[in-house]
Structure formats: C-alpha cells, structure tokens
Design a protein. Structure first.
Length: 401
C-alpha cells in the first residue's frame, strides 16, 4: 500500500460510524444479558457497565454499555419495583440501542430495564428452592394448597417468651432497634437475651446463621430464636433465601421469629418461620405484647380470686351468723326447758316435805328432833314425839314388834 493512499483514523472510523448508523440507526432492541463491572455515578446521573453472556463459566459475548441522564432514572425505578440493587451478576432483559463514536468506540446504550422479568426470575428461584426443600425434607417442609408451610410453624405456643436467642449483627441498626424496643417497653417486662453474633449479608452470612441456630437449640431454658436485621437492597437479603438457612429454620426445635427489615418482600425464611414480622422493632413489640397478655390474664385472675374470696368470706360469715343465731335460740330453749324441769322437781320436793305430808293427814314420829323412818330407830323406853296435822303428842315406846 502506498502511503499516499492512507487516510486518517478518524476518517476511517467515521465511515464505520456511518455504516453502523445506517444499519442500526435509532432502532432499539430487547436483549438478555448479565451485568458485570457496574459503576453507577448517582451524583452525575450516568452509569457504565459490561453486558456479557455465559455458557457455563465461559463468557461467549461481551459489550460495553452505558445509561445516560435521559434513562438513568430507570435504575432507581428498577430497584424500587424489584427490591434488587442494580449491580454485578444480575441477569436482566434490557432495551438497548447501538452507538459507535470515532473517539469513544462501540457501546450499547441502555434505555429501559424489564422489571417483570427480574421479578419472575426471583420468584422462580424461590419456588425452586421451596420445591426442593419439600421433596428432600417432606417432614419439615410441605405444601398446603398454594402455600408452603414448615414444622417450625406447628410448634406449640408458649405462654411467655422470656429467654430468647438473638441472631443478629452486633451493633447494627437492626440489633439496636430490637434491643431498644424490648428493654424500653412501657410495662417494664424483663427479657433474658443471649446474643449470637453473625454477619447478615455476604457469602458467609447464611452458614453463620445456620450455625447459630444449631447452637441456640442447645441452650438450656431458651424459648425462642430471633432473626433480625435492618434494611437494605434485595441482594443484601439473599442469605434469607438460601436453601441451607431455610432448612435450618424449618427444622428448628425452637420457634423462630423473624424481623428482617424489608417492608415489601418476604424471604423464604420469613415464609417458613414460626412468626414473621416486618422489622426488628415490630418483632420486639410483638414479643412484648404477647408477654403482656399473660400479665393481664394474671391480673384478671388475681381480681377474680379476690372477688371470689370476698364472696366466700361473706357467705361463710352469713353461715356463721345463722349458726350463731340457731345456737343462741337452741341454748335459750335448753335453758328454759331445764328451768321448767328444775321447777317441776322443786315442786315435787316441796310436796314431799314432812310438813306438807302431815298436812295431807299423815303423822311424823320424831326422836330427839329427828324423824324416825324405821323401827330400828327406837328402843323400848325411848321418849318420842308424834306430830299430827293439828298438834303433837309426847309418848314413850313400851314395846316394839
């Protein structure tokens, strides 16, 4: 090639740019691709990333991509609707156009993101995990109608939950919110908390939480396990959709309460837990209110017992008063009856007095002032007095038979 026939690079790339525009122009296409090397500049309203396609672990296609200011709001919309942070390793359906610039080269411009596809992918992944759990562990997870349930949900409910195992990241917002709500309850109910410190996001989160659940189940007097964490993106909550952690929750011998701080989405762990609350604060409030019901029941029982005791005392007092009245009447009747008997006996005694006997026509024989009742009481020659109704006769015993 002669040097005189060479053209500037810009001119050549300009021809390429024109060719690309002639083929693709402003046409838009929907493609499926996975994100990589994502860099989001939220203060500048643009983002750069690579879109790739894999077959197994091998990348078979790759292209640089960008979201400019006109479509940058699609990132926030995607994150709000799906609950998934726009980052690496997401399989997405994207609306793109082709851009080629002599200075900056080839790039795909992203105009929109199909949120429905992502939501469907997440739902499909969750359904696959739940189906696998039900197939491999039918005694722990099974399906009723269209809902999956777990053995943990059928554990008996206790009257109170005072001794609890708290599985959380120490000093995190979720941990602080839960403990603050529990310790500052308006009724000053007391709780014994054993903390099992774990990471709540990242690759080690699920295995560490599984280990904590196993350890908590071996703690003496422990009545419940609490899983809490604060807010975050959907990908931050991915450990709570893991197969291993879901299985550990379903098979726990202690009831598992969740307070995972995502208001909109429900994780697999939430779905299989004994009780699912939206946030750490609401989880603590639930436990406080549950235990307070016992206090109310005890106070009600105390009031009922006091009322019953008072009623019983009044009834017994009335019975005692009735018995006392009956006893008084019976005693009075006995006194009157005995008095009548005594008077009758006195009357009989009066009738039997010697003077009364003489008045009825009998006589009394006295010797030295004493009444003689038997012939043995006198001897021949004794002086005696015979008392008659109208006088006495002095006599001497001449003979006795």
């Amino acid at each position: 090639m002669q040097q005189s026939s060479a053209i500037p690079l810009s001119a050549f790339l300009g021809v390429v740019e024109d060719s690309v525009y002639q083929v693709f122009g402003e046409r838009r296409f929907w493609v499926i691709a996975e994100t990589a090397d994502v860099k989001v500049y939220r203060d500048r309203f643009y983002a750069f990333l690579n879109l790739i396609e894999k077959q197994g672990s091998e990348v078979v296609a790759s292209a640089g991509a960008a979201l400019w200011r006109t479509s940058f709001g699609k990132i926030a919309q995607f994150e709000k609707i799906t609950g998934v942070k726009f980052e690496n390793n997401l399989k997405l359906v994207l609306q793109i156009s082709v851009s080629y610039n002599a200075k900056y080269g080839f790039r795909l411009v992203i105009h929109d993101v199909d949120t429905a596809y992502t939501i469907g992918q997440l739902s499909q992944q969750r359904e696959q995990i739940l189906e696998s759990l039900a197939q491999k562990h039918p005694k722990l997870v099974w399906k009723i109608d269209d809902n999956y349930v777990s053995a943990n949900q059928f554990l008996p409910r206790l009257s109170v939950y005072n001794n609890i195992a708290l599985i959380a990241a120490p000093n995190s917002d979720g941990y602080r919110d839960f403990v603050h709500e529990l310790e500052n309850n308006p009724w000053r109910l007391k709780f014994n908390i054993t903390l099992f410190p774990v990471p709540v996001q990242g690759d080690n989160a699920a295995p560490e939480m599984v280990k904590a659940i196993v350890e908590a189940n071996s703690v003496n007097n422990c009545q419940a396990i609490i899983l809490v964490r604060g807010g975050g993106s959907q990908t931050d909550f991915s450990p709570y959709d893991s197969y291993e952690l879901s299985l550990a929750v379903a098979g726990s011998k202690l009831p598992v309460f969740t307070g995972i701080g995502h208001e909109r989405n429900v994780s697999i762990v939430d779905e299989l837990a004994f009780a699912q609350l939206k946030t750490p604060t609401k989880c603590a409030a639930y436990l406080v209110e549950w235990n307070y019901k016992v206090v109310v029941d005890l106070l009600s029982a105390k009031t009922h017992l006091l009322h019953s005791a008072q009623k019983m005392i009044v009834q017994k007092q009335n019975t005692v008063n009735s018995y006392r009245s009956q006893i008084a009447k019976s005693a009075l009747w006995m006194v009157v009856s005995q008095k009548q008997k005594v008077m009758h006996q006195l009357q009989k005694l009066q009738l039997l007095q010697p003077t009364k006997t003489v008045q009825r026509g009998y006589s009394l024989l006295r010797k030295e002032g004493k009444i003689i009742e038997s012939i043995q009481g006198v001897q021949e020659g004794d002086a005696v007095v015979i008392q008659l109704k109208d006088g006495t006769i002095n006599a001497q015993v001449i003979h006795k038979n």
